[in-house]
Design a protein around this ligand. Structure first.
Ligand code: GLU
Length: 412
């Protein structure tokens, strides 16, 4: 397996989740810890990385401010405490980041935001706009209004959902435990630390204990659930102790800190690489092919209008329609062959170029849609090759902007 430095060397967007136990020390909020997080985030940004924070602590801070101690199942007082604590929490984060000249934003979420297309798009645009403007978004669940049905449940899950929906490369969960052990280190002095997990399977879940018996505050179970969500999204995840020296910076820099959960989705990883690679040419496609590509189908020669540049099969190229780049891809044929078979049916390939390795010009697994770009954009709806598509204008050229399901954006 590749080293951490290799795996995480190219991390561009990081979500850092900070648990209540990391923030509140000895009954008080640790402003020193918050300042240290701010300084490390600032350093990561100087290196060109984008950072999003998920901060717990609202309920704990609020209960202390109100001077109340609720019984375990008393929900309303916790919700009230969250609304008191959230503003104190944000004030403290704002002060910590102010020292580094960084502005922060509060983003409170409920799970239903991702069930509603319009809200999901608006949230996406807000996050991108904050990042483009150098603001650090700080997320928490909107505890004051959450009822059971719409609760993320815990900030481990919330952070994993945010990491996966923001196309992040890494989620770092800071906790009061330094990672995963093969048994409870509190009970078994011989418990072995697990530095890397490549798949969250039953063996790994058994290490963390069953539901409700997880060790470590917040529970290892929710962290493993978070790791599974991240893995599906092609995002790596690390559980590390908030006490570890320089943990925010070092985890994102690929140092051996905490337990790394390697993203298991090979296709996602490949697409991530394709997106970041330099394109040596361009394949211009027609409207029908745009729909197929946005629907995660392969690109057939019949959908190709023209080919630009000189490239070999296996090189990275842009896929465009009407001047709009919608994806990057690795084609099965080089530019010369694609030029010859453009607009033709797959059955004709052999007769035209004398060989036929594939019916498809590009396999779907080798196409990376360019949604969620991280540059300046202006959202609009536009007619691209006859299909009405939501596009994002990116530094002079637009990108079609598929979200959750591309078909949501194709309006005929
Ligand atoms: N949203 C809760 C708070 O701010 C924390 C939930 C959690 O720790 O998972 O207090």
């Amino acid at each position: 397996m590749a080293s951490r430095k290799e795996l995480l060397g190219d991390v561009r967007r990081v979500v850092v989740k900070i648990g209540t136990s990391s923030l509140i020390k000895g009954g008080a909020v640790s402003e020193r810890f918050m300042r240290s997080v701010a300084e490390q985030v600032s350093r990561l940004r100087e290196e060109g990385k984008e950072v999003l924070l998920v901060s717990s602590g609202a309920v704990g801070i609020g209960l202390k401010a109100m001077g109340v101690k609720p019984k375990p199942n008393e929900v309303p007082i916790r919700q009230a405490a969250a609304s008191v604590g959230q503003s104190i929490l944000m004030q403290k984060w704002a002060e910590a980041f102010q020292g580094c000249g960084i502005t922060v934003a509060q983003v409170l979420l409920t799970l239903d935001v991702y069930s509603d297309r319009e809200s999901a798009i608006n949230l996406h645009n807000t996050i991108e706009s904050l990042l483009e403007n150098g603001v650090i978004p700080i997320f928490n669940e909107n505890d004051a209004v959450c009822i059971k049905e719409i609760k993320f449940g815990d900030n481990d899950t919330l952070s994993a959902i945010i990491a996966s929906r923001t196309d992040s490369d890494l989620l770092v969960i800071l906790s009061d435990i330094d990672g995963l052990y093969d048994s409870d280190p509190g009970e078994n002095k011989d418990a072995r630390f697990i530095p890397v997990v490549s798949k969250v399977d039953e063996t790994v879940r058994a290490m963390a204990g069953g539901a409700g018996s997880g060790f470590g505050t917040g529970g290892m179970k929710t962290k493993l659930d978070a790791a599974a969500i991240c893995s599906d999204a092609g995002c790596n995840m690390i559980i590390a102790s908030s006490e570890a020296y320089g943990v925010v910076y070092r985890t994102a820099a690929g140092d051996d800190v905490g337990t790394l959960f390697v993203s298991g989705d090979e296709v996602s990883k490949k697409r991530r690489w394709i997106k970041s690679a330099h394109a040596t040419g361009r394949i211009n496609i027609d409207e029908g092919a745009v729909r197929a590509v946005l629907d995660h189908k392969s690109l057939l020669p019949v959908g190709i209008r023209s080919v630009e540049g000189i490239f070999e099969k296996g090189d990275v190229v842009e896929i465009a329609c009407g001047g709009e780049v919608i994806a990057k891809a690795v084609p099965n044929y080089g530019s010369k062959d694609l030029f010859a078979i453009a607009g033709k049916h797959s059955g004709e390939i052999m007769g035209i170029i004398g060989h036929r390795s594939h019916d498809d010009a590009v396999l779907s697994e080798n196409i990376a849609l360019l949604g969620f770009q991280r540059r300046k954009r202006r959202k609009t709806e536009k007619k691209v090759c006859g299909a009405r598509l939501r596009v994002s204008r990116v530094s002079g050229h637009s990108l079609i902007f598929p979200y959750l399901s591309s078909s949501l954006f194709v309006m005929r």
